[in-house]
Each structure stands twice: as structure tokens, then as C-alpha cells.
Design a protein. Structure first.
Length: 318
């Protein structure tokens, strides 16, 4: 995977072309979903899709003048530094408010992308077009205005609290949620393997403590080094790394702390109960913040957690 800072001007333009096409398809998909029940709102999204197509045509025309006919397919998912959004078509039926929120996030992220890309460009024509597109994203009426919900420009949305809150939840809190999931599941095997292998609560606690701290340090470094946050607006890498590392450690310590109780069977049953609580909490978080249906999230987390838990027991009992 290539870093955004390593992209050439040719690759930046190719990335911008594919991004505009992806966004146009997303808006067209929203329009298609709303066509029967909310035709006026569907028309708004169709107009937005056409505007993205127009941006793509401008980018493509400049690309061909500069670099020729062949345009490599470079997507945001191929580049470090972009937030990984779940494709809209995989989420299920979205209501108008959810579509509006997704569209607003797209506009704000595109504004950041074009500003950062323009700052890196050495070619005056490329730089001018990227700045024009950044201004177009910045000066857009917000999706809320277009849908008749409130009166805020996209520029004002950058400073408006609710938009910042949504971006904060999406782009800053997410590392902590991923850390919690990793810490709660990945430490199950070593903890219960130690428990059933030694039968000692103190030794089991030490193994759980070491696994939790080790996983926390690893996740913190991985998240902190993933990108500098300038392009995505995800925040300072140190803050993201601390969030991921601390939540990973907390997730592991949750079922390690019961082994401070000297009675082995009591400590084990309490630890198992804590694991169930952790898995339920993770399922709810995935449902709340990651657009995953609760039952599906529960099944995925429960199956994964059970397999890791069973692995620890089988190895510890061998």
C-alpha cells in the first residue's frame, strides 16, 4: 500500500478521477433508493452525481493532456491515510438522514484531499484545477440545505459542532473501538491457556497482564504509524495511537483482573462472565458506529471469540 505523500502528480490525478467516479456512483445509488418515495430528494442526489461526473470529466481531460490516454485505476482504499468507509450498497437500506450524513462526510473529505493534493502539486495547471475543485467542495451548499433540513454551507459545516462530532466519532473514536475489539478477543487464548495449564490464579493474571500490555503497545504503534492524520482529519497520530493502545489494554485486562481472586474456579467463572459482557459490548459498538446489524455483529463476534476461547482451553488442557 502506498502513502499519500509518495504519490506523483499523475497518480494524484488518477486517484482523484476514480474518487469522483466512486462518489458519483454513491449519490446515484442514493437517488435510486429514494426515487419512489422521495422523488425530490432523489433529484438532489442525481444532480450531485452529475456534478461529480463533471469534476471527473475535468480531471480526465487534464490528465490526458498531461499524461496520455492510459489512466491507472487507483482507489482510496489503495492509499494509506484515507478512512476506510464501508460501501453504501453493503450497509443495507439507509434512511435520508444517513444518506445526508454520508454525503456531508464525502464533501468534507474531498475538500481536505484537494487542498492537500494542490499543496503538493508542482504543475500550475494541475494545482489550479485541484484548488478550484477544493473551492467547489468548500462552497457547496450543505446536503441539509439541498434536502430542505437546515441552512449551513459546507464551509460552515467544517466549523459546525455536529459535523465535527460525526467526523470525530468516525475518524478518531474508531481506533479506540478497533483496539477494544482486538484486546478483548486476542488475549483470550493466552489467558485461558495459562489458566488451564497452571491452575494458578496469580500466574494466569501475569500472563493476562503481559498479553494485554503487549497487545496495547503493538496496536498503539500500528495505529499511530498508519498515517499522520493531515489528509483524513483523523487527528494527531499520538492521540490515535494512545486511544487504540489504551482500549486494547483495557479490553485484555477486563478478563485478566478476575484472576486476582485467589479461588481458581470462582476467578474463572467471573472471567468467563466478563468475556460475555465484552463480546456483547463489542457487538453493540459495531452496531452503533460501524453500520453492522446487531444480530450479524453478535454472531461474528461471538463465533470469533468462542473459537479463540476454545483454542486457549484446548492448548491449556493438553
Amino acid at each position: 500500500m502506498k502513502s499519500f505523500s509518495d504519490l506523483t502528480e499523475q497518480e494524484l490525478l488518477a486517484l482523484a478521477i476514480s474518487s469522483e467516479d466512486d462518489d458519483a456512483r454513491a449519490y446515484a445509488g442514493f437517488a435510486n433508493s429514494l426515487m419512489d418515495t422521495y422523488p425530490a430528494s432523489a433529484k438532489v442526489f442525481m444532480e450531485m452525481a452529475e456534478e461529480e461526473h463533471e469534476h471527473r470529466r475535468s480531471l480526465t481531460e487534464l490528465y490526458r493532456r498531461k499524461f496520455g490516454e492510459f489512466i491507472p485505476l487507483i482507489r482510496r482504499s489503495d492509499i494509506e491515510g484515507f478512512v476506510r468507509h464501508k460501501p453504501a450498497w453493503t450497509i443495507g437500506k439507509m434512511n435520508i438522514e444517513e444518506m445526508r450524513q454520508r454525503a456531508e462526510v464525502i464533501e468534507l473529505e474531498n475538500y481536505r484531499f484537494y487542498k492537500q493534493a494542490a499543496e503538493r502539486s508542482q504543475d500550475e495547471q494541475v494545482k489550479k484545477l485541484l484548488l478550484n475543485l477544493a473551492e467547489a467542495e468548500k462552497s457547496h451548499e450543505s446536503i441539509a440545505v439541498k434536502l430542505g433540513l437546515t441552512h449551513l454551507t459546507a464551509d460552515a459545516k467544517l466549523e459546525e459542532g455536529e459535523a465535527k462530532r460525526r467526523l470525530f466519532l468516525l475518524q478518531v473514536i474508531q481506533p479506540g473501538l478497533v483496539g477494544l475489539m482486538d484486546g478483548s478477543v486476542s488475549t483470550l487464548a493466552p489467558l485461558f491457556a495459562a489458566a488451564f495449564a497452571t491452575g494458578s490464579t496469580w500466574e494466569t493474571f501475569l500472563v493476562g497482564l503481559a498479553a494485554s500490555l503487549g497487545a496495547g503497545i503493538s496496536m498503539g504503534l500500528a495505529e499511530g504509524l498508519s498515517d499522520d492524520g493531515k489528509l483524513t482529519g483523523r487527528g494527531h497520530p499520538l492521540i490515535r495511537g494512545l486511544a487504540a493502545g489504551i482500549m486494547t489494554t483495557v479490553g485484555g485486562l477486563g478478563h485478566a483482573l478476575p484472576y486476582l481472586i485467589p479461588h481458581f474456579q470462582l476467578a474463572t467463572w467471573i472471567a468467563i462472565a466478563v468475556v460475555f459482557c465484552e463480546l456483547w459490548a463489542i457487538s453493540w459498538i459495531r452496531y452503533k458506529y460501524m453500520d453492522t446489524p446487531f444480530l450479524r455483529a453478535s454472531m461474528q463476534v461471538a463465533v470469533g471469540g468462542f473459537l479463540v476461547f476454545l483454542t486457549g482451553i484446548l492448548i491449556g488442557s493438553a
